[in-house]
Design a protein around this ligand. Sequence first.
Ligand SMILES: [Zn+2]
Length: 350
Amino acid sequence: MGHRYTALYGPSGIDVRETVRAIDKHRGLVKGIKAHGEVGGYSRWGVETLRLGTEASRQAGVPVYVHLGRLWSDAAGASIDPDTVVPEVVPLLAPGDILAHPFTKNPGAFVSREGRVHPLIFEAVKTGVHIDIGRGGHMSYRAARAVLDAGIMPFTVGGDVHGYTIGPLEDRAWDGGYFDETPSAAAPPAAIGGAKVYSLTQVLNELLALGIQLEDVVRMVTCNAAAMLGMTGEIGTLAPGAVADVTVLATDHGRFTLSDSLGEEITSSMRLRPEITVRAGKVSRPDSPLLGRSLSALFCHGADGRGDAARNIPRPARRTRGVSLEPDLAVQGRAPEPPVTRRSRPSRRS
Ligand SMILES: [Zn+2]
């Protein structure tokens, strides 16, 4: 696993010219460059890897996607204040670039050690930098509340599903908290993503439980994602001439418990559940074992005690109270009711 070997992420492994050449050759496949604005790397190389990443990004005309939040311990002998990394990162960004992991549990990202959103994050958003959730092992409901309460709204919902975010690492390397720390024999092996398995749909459920409106959540995984990829009108929209990519989500009602990467739990009164997927016109039923584990991990306490059987309830008249759900997204489910806490879409700070 590459994450074990910090040196692989250093500037010596980056060739800007060859990177641009590879992007040019595979325009249909490569839509951006991911680079780290990460504390452990910063202690070794400053922001040189990110600088090279942005250089390649500008030459190739694709955005740079920046990971925030510590992955590695500081270099031997170094001691970095994690909150000093963001001020070094933001000036390198341009409109359309992406900041990732706003809700991370790790230091050195949006939320400072004092629990406040870094002022430069507001500046970045104002200049047109986008935010991707990049859920992975980076979901702290506490951090998410701080970010959302500050009026910062993510643009897209990267699932960031890796083997090590959904299952325990065999050699327990994550137990110390970062990739390169000594495993703790006392602690049980843990998945980086948290105690329970998740899927992209479950991340949407987390956002609903955090109070983000359904229409905003749907936008984040459709038209906003298309815009980020430079594919507006081609995908992420239900329109004549667009690629026939459709996900039909049912809505279940009851009491659902979700858990973040640290094990904190929140509850929601509604759950989205995938029913049918159409990819480029080809219909398939979601049957991933991962999805099954994910939804059963999202424990359902149906109001009538029937649990998942609640999905078969008849569909009542649709509600129009401020929540617009595309008809194709509402099949086989009841029209949505508001999540436990509701949050009107915060306006960006000016
Ligand atoms: Zn990342």
